[in-house]
Design a protein around this ligand. Sequence first.
Ligand SMILES: CC(C)(COP(=O)(O)OP(=O)(O)OC[C@H]1O[C@@H](n2cnc3c(N)ncnc32)[C@H](O)[C@@H]1OP(=O)(O)O)[C@@H](O)C(=O)NCCC(=O)NCCS
Length: 156
Amino acid sequence: MARKGKERRHLKRRELVRVACEEDCTFIRTLSGEVFSVFGEYSEIIPQWFANQDVITLVYVKNGLPVGFAMLYVLSGEILAIAVLPAFHRRGIGSALLDHIQLLASQLGLRKLSLHTAKENDVARLFFQKAGFTVIGAQEDYYPKGQQALIISKCI
Ligand SMILES: CC(C)(COP(=O)(O)OP(=O)(O)OC[C@H]1O[C@@H](n2cnc3c(N)ncnc32)[C@H](O)[C@@H]1OP(=O)(O)O)[C@@H](O)C(=O)NCCC(=O)NCCS
């Protein structure tokens, strides 16, 4: 019994990336509202993407709880969103999610990943540039609230 208890505690502490399930939707909605609502009604939009069968969502789980997520549109290789709870920023969690998205995309036979991010989002631009992405263009008035987007991509 004591050993089983120890194993359970160890499992609970583990950190892992897994495919999101229905129970993660509230987390995804809340975090999307927190970090993306400056650009539009993303606490509504992102759960709609989550429900799309051509979108794969991964979550990063720490101590049994989700702390970040990333979404890939498998038909085009577009990363629709990636976000980590602010309290867990700068600990490599975003990079781990991005690595898994990249692995998944190459397993699906995709040759390129792309995404839009707001021109004003310096942190996101630095994050993707560190991961080998480059800015290939811009799109005016891309977001529902009117911000300009950068188009960023990487061959994989
Ligand atoms: C972008 C985001 C997902 C990064 O997640 P994270 O877990 O903090 O990122 P990591 O710890 O893996 O950082 C990897 C690298 O990105 C860069 N980076 C990340 N945050 C940065 C910051 N605040 N300032 C400068 N560079 C930063 C660094 O090069 C960092 O490497 P280093 O820590 O060794 O210097 C996170 O900031 C976030 O959720 N932002 C809000 C949502 C968002 O803007 N998403 C992107 C658009 S879809």
